[in-house]
Design a protein around this ligand. Structure first.
Ligand SMILES: [Mn+2]
Length: 441
């Protein structure tokens, strides 16, 4: 099909910059009176009228003379009630929006350059995740590696801590063929540079070598040094931050990477419900057409192994509700994911505002997983205040977690029986949740 030549008729006072933009797209005819406008030959794709020239009579005559041609009124403030078939477009606003967008992209691109300089040298870098990597952190790591134009030989993605157990995460790693390494603290000094993704140095406690980069969306915890720091608590996912980086630097996004990032944003924001902001939605919309949705469905429907259904059933039996908090004691588990799964379930119970699931992992640690409805106190802040002195604790506004060595629990409550722990957790949360509201949101 032959491409149609676009012709634009401008009536009135328009900026030459704007006319220049349109002349790149077709023929521009610019007149300063209605008479001249009516004397043109041929048809136009669209007629633009300066708002000061606008009147119902003028648009009436133009419509009669050029039937089927859209009329667009521009310049100045939007019209109260444009007549039917006449539209208003504020070009100056479009242009300033466009410039603001480009400015944001350019700023982000400069950040990417800075980040690339930090990791330009050094043969082997480490992208370190938290101890129990989730889809957002794994996707973030893949994105950082692509952004730095490194591969699995020159940028290792690793974590301390145990094998990954949550079925969806296992499926993600298998189906996207992600090479994730289990490391020990003493191995970290073998790397030339370290970037933390979806986590901050304070999470690891002492023993962590100096890190070069921190990219995270959890609130800033403690103080630490890093050559490159991007900690944005307003974003719902680390994948969102890195998607912006990839877009601004026009880095190629493979189908595999897009699928990972999409899944990361989806899980960290619970399908754009929890803690999602417009950036998350924009990143999601951008990634959606690039991702392999068939693969994503296979990752998401990863099921609970049959042997564990019994544990889930038993866990649910030991639940109670106090002060609109759903508590569930999951008991002893070898796979941590059962605990957050129970917390996710609990928050769906009618009239519940908080859900607290806890259990003992590997006979050594008490894991507490917390969810809330989102419009109450921040879950992350609450668990930090409760447990920061005896374990590691943190999270988001509506989802948080604490990991406490059993020895510390025994020290805090005098004993370590299930009943004692149940009473301790119930009392702590009931008191913390019902206490006077915190100052800011
Ligand atoms: Mn995250």
């Amino acid at each position: 099909m032959q491409k149609e030549l676009r012709r634009y008729l401008f009536i009135g006072d328009f900026d030459s910059f704007l006319l220049g933009i349109f002349s790149k797209r077709g023929e521009v005819i610019w007149v300063s009176s209605l008479e001249e406008a009516l004397n043109q030959t041929g048809n136009f794709s669209v007629i633009m009228i300066d708002k000061r020239f606008f009147s119902p009579e003028l648009t009436g005559e133009l419509s009669a003379h050029y039937p089927q041609t859209p009329l667009i009124v521009s310049n100045g403030e939007p019209m109260q009630e444009p007549p039917p078939s006449v539209r208003f477009v504020a070009f100056h606003k479009l242009l300033t929006d466009e410039i603001a967008r480009e400015e944001r992209l350019a700023r982000t691109e400069l950040r990417v350059e800075e980040l690339r300089r930090v990791h330009a040298n050094g043969k082997k870098m480490l992208i370190l995740l938290h101890d129990h990597p989730d889809p957002d952190s794994i996707a973030g790591a893949l994105a950082l590696r692509a952004l730095l134009k490194r591969n699995k030989q020159t940028a290792i993605i690793g974590h301390l801590g145990d094998r990954i157990s949550r079925p969806e995460n296992v499926a993600m790693i298998e189906l996207l063929e992600i090479d994730l390494q289990e490391l020990e603290m003493k191995q970290l000094k073998e790397f030339d540079s370290i970037a933390l993704v979806d986590v901050q140095p304070t999470f690891f406690g002492p023993g962590l070598p100096p890190v070069d980069t921190v990219i995270d969306h959890h609130p800033l915890v403690g103080s630490y040094e890093a050559r490159f720091k991007e900690v944005r608590a307003e974003e719902g996912a680390t994948s969102t931050i890195l998607t912006k980086y990839l877009r601004a630097s026009q880095t190629d996004i493979s189908e595999r990477l897009a699928t990972a990032l999409l899944y990361g944003i989806k899980t960290d924001t619970v399908i754009l419900n929890r803690d999602a902001n417009p950036d998350d939605i924009e990143a999601f919309t951008f990634l959606y057409p690039l991702a392999n949705l068939g693969l994503l469905r296979r990752i998401e429907r990863a099921e609970v192994p049959p042997a564990e259904i019994k544990s889930l059933g038993q866990a649910l039996a030991d639940h109670w509700i106090a002060s609109d908090i759903f508590f569930v004691n999951v008991g002893r588990v070898d796979r941590e994911y059962l605990i957050p799964k129970m917390a996710d379930f609990g928050i769906q119970v009618k009239d519940v505002e908080w859900s607290v699931a806890f259990g003992i992992l590997d006979k050594t640690h008490l894991i507490i997983s917390v969810r809330n409805v989102g419009y109450v106190k921040s879950a992350g802040r609450l668990v930090r205040e409760l447990f920061k002195d005896i374990g590691s604790a943190g999270g988001h506004r509506s989802a948080a977690k604490a990991v406490i060595p059993l020895a510390k629990v025994r020290k805090a409550i005098g004993k370590g029986s299930q009943d004692a722990i149940k009473k301790w957790v119930t009392d702590l949360f009931t008191k913390a949740v019902t206490e006077k509201p915190e100052e800011d949101a």
